[in-house]
Write a protein that binds this ligand. Structure first.
Ligand code: PGA
Length: 236
């Protein structure tokens, strides 16, 4: 079954890395049954896009500004990303929420900008360990979902990525039943078929079993997307 696999390189990569990373991936990319979206840091979007142009892989970004243009030194607009061929933007990642103070309200406005530019928003939601331990994981995540999704959201322009904060970069993943429970709650809250991705310590060792869980339409891969051999196994 076709799933969506998103690679989030975070602030990693270099011209040398791209030169070494892309060639071994090309054959896997041309035969995979899955939809692949690679999200490099801004300076590498164009080189990666050029290197992958003979494959069906799509390009995405990891952030954008809310406005189309203007006096916002250091920022990049969703429209600029669309203009250089991006099809998606990750938004609401817990690293942006925690390290850069992004609020649900700001994320909501960014998602509107992404939609206005004709791209897909990959909207991250997820609880921290304190919330999970106090039995409030579902409540927290559904609240984030409701606060962040603007009226422009629909199943064709949005992915929801469930990323428990305690699973990001830790090597710890939720139990399959915890993923099933959360994805069912998201599906019911959305009342539509917006694709649901799981993210947090996805590797070649666990991706196959996660991808077959109910209401899991794909995965968002961080660290493991930077290792060509591992990522090749994940995209199958
Ligand atoms: P990870 O990161 O796969 O390294 O846990 C996932 C993410 O932050 O999107």
């Amino acid at each position: 079954m076709t799933k969506t696999i998103v690679a989030n390189w975070k602030m990693n990569g270099s011209p040398n890395f791209i030169e070494e990373f892309i060639p071994p991936l090309l054959s896997a990319l041309s035969t995979t049954q899955h939809k692949i979206i690679i999200c490099p840091p801004f300076p590498f979007i164009l080189p990666v896009r050029n290197a992958l142009k003979s494959t069906p892989a799509l390009l995405g970004a990891q952030n954008c500004h809310t406005d189309v243009k203007g006096a916002f030194t250091g920022e990049v607009s969703a429209q600029m990303l669309a203009d250089i061929g991006c099809k998606a933007v990750i938004v609401g990642h817990s690293e942006r929420r925690t390290l850069f103070g992004e609020s649900d309200e700001l994320i909501n406005t960014k998602i509107s900008a992404i939609h206005a530019a004709g791209m897909r928003a990959i909207v991250c939601v997820g609880e921290n360990m304190r919330m999970r331990e106090s039995g409030k994981a579902i409540e927290t995540v559904i609240q984030q979902l409701k606060a962040t999704l603007p009226p422009s959201s629909n199943p064709k322009n949005t992915f929801i990525a469930y990323e428990p904060i305690w699973a990001i970069g830790t090597g710890v993943t939720p139990l399959p039943e915890e993923i099933i429970e959360m994805h069912l709650a998201l599906f019911e809250a959305l009342k539509n078929t917006t694709p649901l991705l799981y993210g947090g310590s996805v590797t070649d060792q666990n991706s196959a079993e996660i991808l077959v869980l109910p209401h899991v339409d794909g995965v968002l891969v961080g660290g493991a997307s930077l290792k060509a051999d591992v990522f090749q196994k994940i995209i199958g």
